[in-house]
Design a protein around this ligand. Structure first.
Ligand code: SAM
Length: 208
């Protein structure tokens, strides 16, 4: 693997090590993204939200302010530890659970969550199995919000070596992925000056 790919993986795809832990403690450059995702998700105190690819746990702490419960997962053990440390009070209060897990194989029973959210991670994943997992772990009527990079001009906002490690989709492709998996009311909007896609959808009342 090229040295640049190793760096992208170490810092973004599966952050690990001292530098990555420092970087992800609070990724301020993602705050606009978090604002957009939070406005779309609108968590309430009755919600139990699953966040996939939680990084350092900043977005989890933003969601927790609504009074909801959050289960945050990441496949990086370092990010799981950082999310726990950054949200120690919520963990102690039983409002935040954090687990090491892969997006395509979530260790939770069907229908456990009322909402799901992903920011800055969908573009690193094999989409179809992950969307199928979202359908499985959401209760009927559950909401999903996915914030990801649009395919049309990624290099305008993300360096090329990072883009090379990503899977990007047109708006129609994204909508099709969610509809095929069993989501309804699927909408793919543009945010961040048009460079990012914000998918919102509702898990349909379907059997799997
Ligand atoms: C670019 S960071 C984004 C972190 C955070 N969501 C944010 O927006 O600031 C991507 C995160 O997703 C995690 N991740 C990547 N692929 C994953 C997978 N297949 N399953 C679970 N977590 C994954 C990485 O370990 C990393 O913490």
């Amino acid at each position: 693997m090229a040295a640049m790919d190793v760096l992208v993986d170490r810092m973004l795809r599966r952050p690990s090590g001292v530098l990555a832990r420092r970087w992800w403690r609070d990724m301020k450059s993602h705050h606009d993204i978090f604002r957009d995702a939070l406005a779309a998700l609108r968590p309430v105190s009755d919600d139990h939200v699953i966040e996939i690819g939680c990084g350092g746990g900043t977005f989890a702490s933003w969601m927790l302010r609504s009074g909801c419960r959050v289960t945050a997962v990441d496949h990086s053990a370092d990010m799981v530890a950082l999310t726990r440390r950054n949200n120690a009070e919520a963990v102690a209060a039983g409002r935040l659970a954090v687990a090491t897990a892969s997006a395509g194989e979530l260790p939770f029973p069907a229908g456990k969550f009322s909402a799901a959210v992903m920011t800055n991670v969908f573009f690193f994943l094999d989409a179809a199995p992950v969307v199928a997992e979202l359908v499985r772990v959401l209760a009927p009527g559950g909401r999903v919000v996915v914030h990801t990079l649009a395919a049309d001009r990624p290099a305008a906002v993300v360096p090329r070596p990072v883009v090379r490690r990503m899977r990007l989709y047109s708006d129609d492709e994204l909508a099709g992925l969610f509809e095929t998996a069993g989501f309804t009311s699927v909408s793919v909007g543009r945010v961040g000056g048009g460079s990012f896609q914000l998918v919102t959808a509702i898990r349909g009342d379907i059997e799997h």
